[in-house]
Design a protein around this ligand. Sequence first.
Ligand code: FCB
Length: 425
Amino acid sequence: MLAKRLAQPHTARDSPSVFLWGAATSSHQVEGNNRWNDWWEYEQSGHLPYVSGRACSHYERYEEDFDLARSWGHNAHRFSIEWSRIEPSEGRWNEDAIAHYRSVIGALLRRGLEPVVTLHHFTNPAWFAHAGGWLRRDSANLFARYAGFVAEQLGKDVSYWLTINEPTVYVMQGYINGEWPPFFKRSWIKAGIALRNLAKAHVLARRQLHQACPDGKVGFAHSAPVVMPCDAERKRDRMAAGIREFLLNHIFFILIGASFKKRERTERCLDYIGINYYTRVVIRSVGWGAQALVGQACHLDHHPNRGPMSDTGWEIYPVGLRMALEKFSRLGIPVFVTENGVATGDEILRREFIVQHLERLAEAREGGANVIGYLYWSLLDNYEWAMGTKPHFGLAAVDPKTQERRPRPCVEDMKSICRGKQFAL
Ligand code: FCB
């Protein structure tokens, strides 16, 4: 049974080899009133279709939210520190914000929830964005200085750090697709510069984190879609899928100095890798020139083993999780599922989603992948970036008016698995 295959003792701190279970959030999506960052500014000026506003008021309600996580059997929780709260203007540290995150970490530890802390989850301080953001020459150093300050202040209580969330998604959305700040479209050179600076930022921040907490484990959260050609018999599709695969799943690793062949090189820049897995992307090459080379996503339903679609239009493809875990295990370091979830109003679908992905995770472990944890995205329904509050990813629904939390039935499935009990769907 799946439950038996994944079952482990419960408290992560008591036994470092324990499997980590829980959910993930990010500051801007749940905290509310994050008015010092670039997203907030663009929301207010009408460049983004939705405003985050109070979001889930998690900045005030974190204790209550962690009570829920604990009651669902979790032993870990991922959240992000909002850089713009810690450093609201260049070089000025906000002591209240640090005190807040110190309390957040304390609240997790008191409940037996292992903190998994992200330092950058898509948002930048407004001052940093105004000064050129990730195109700035010294952007990596500025980020590392912030990382160093946070590590010094909070390091002793945190064992798992993620420097940057999904650098490739951030750069695609902000510099190629132009849907997120800073809204550049097809700016390949700028995208390259930003990605290089993010890679440098990871390396420098990791150094800072290790200096302050030598036992801390530092990785980044990688968006790991499974990329496939639309028609495997068509050479153009295979080539475009190969290029996409390189851009989405390899380039950032190369930039930080990791290697699928030489484990020692990977260990010099990563202690573990966070895997965010949601879907597969099927690529079809159309037209000529650059467009033909990178191809485009094919949304037709003629692909083998096609799964149902979520409310965000992402195909549900559980075996892709096993494929991603197997692939990134080849780096030779532990892999940690730092996001996996589904936007849906269909609670049966959500339950199946979780169970099926955990089945595939169990298979990857049985095949030898060193998978150290699984975090569902997300703890709560939240502000889903440019898609607003419509996509419902949460283990609990949140009423935007009253802020009431309503746990969904899938928490019980996860709980039986976390607690190592039998369960049946
Ligand atoms: C990931 C992001 C996360 C959330 C989920 C649905 O790419 O890291 O913030 O938006 O997708």
